[in-house]
Ligand binder design. Structure first.
Ligand SMILES: [Fe+2]
Ligand SMILES: [Fe+2]
Length: 242
């Protein structure tokens, strides 16, 4: 199978190691692993967000709902990048610390980019749908803005709280994508021939494309869980990187 070029959307992710572009059999195995794994015990704020999305976009899993999810998914990484940049300004004289914070910034940027590719793909796949302007453009921006403020504030007060919220968000996304694929067996035979194969990789089917996105979400979750367990600001990233 022609896999297409591997670009920043998939490859390196310092210091956590690369997100790999998986082959079909691996993708199926990872989807099954997700379906067999229990969900995290979601925090109140995470549950409030998921309930809000259900109320606004319905309980049913749809492409449009995932598009909104991906729009919101980027903002914790933007918030962390913002806070870490301010911290670097004030701690630049403590070079070891500032360096660790800078590694944090780089990782947050990388994850933002990965989520951005997810969003572009979901935008592409929903481009033909008729959507109301308020529901499809304004409401997601309001949701993203509120979620940004919450992620930012939690990170300033206690980074572990912000990482916990994102772990919940990513765990939810990972499971929702796995279920979405399971609900659409017809997607096994629909090729993904979109604009972003050069950036995100070529996939034999829409099912495999969504399995890869779901697998990415798992790695985002693992990173946030790791940082949650290593909560001292500036020390959140892997000790191997310092
Ligand atoms: Fe995503
Ligand atoms: Fe994610």
């Amino acid at each position: 199978m022609e896999t297409g070029p591997i670009t920043e959307a998939i490859g390196e992710r310092p210091p956590f190691g690369p997100i790999r572009r998986l082959e079909h059999d691996e993708l199926v195995a990872e989807q099954e692993a997700t379906l067999a794994s229990p969900r995290r015990s979601y925090s109140l704020s995470a549950r409030a967000l998921f309930t809000t999305m259900d109320v606004l976009y319905g309980k049913e899993r749809t492409l449009e709902k995932f598009r909104v999810l991906e729009l919101v998914a980027r903002v914790p990484y933007q918030a962390w990048e913002n806070v870490a940049y301010v911290a670097m300004t004030h701690t630049a004289r403590r070079r070891g610390f500032a360096r660790r914070v800078f590694d944090r910034v780089r990782t947050a940027r990388w994850e933002q980019d990965n989520e951005q590719w997810h969003l572009l793909i979901m935008e592409e796949l929903t481009a033909g749908e008729r959507r109301g302007f308020v529901r499809s453009r304004i409401v997601p921006q309001v949701l993203a803005f509120a979620y940004y403020q919450l992620s930012w504030a939690l990170y300033v007060v206690r980074p572990a709280w912000s990482y916990r919220l994102n772990s919940d968000f990513e765990d939810h996304a990972e499971h929702e994508y796995a279920l979405f694929v399971a609900e659409h067996p017809e997607w096994e035979h629909v090729p993904y021939e979109g604009e972003f194969t050069a950036d995100f990789g070529a996939f034999d089917s829409l099912a495999d494309l969504f399995r890869q996105i779901g697998y990415d979400e798992r790695l985002h979750k693992l990173e946030s869980e790791h940082n949650m367990a290593n909560p001292r600001f500036g020390d959140e990233i892997s000790p191997a990187a310092s």
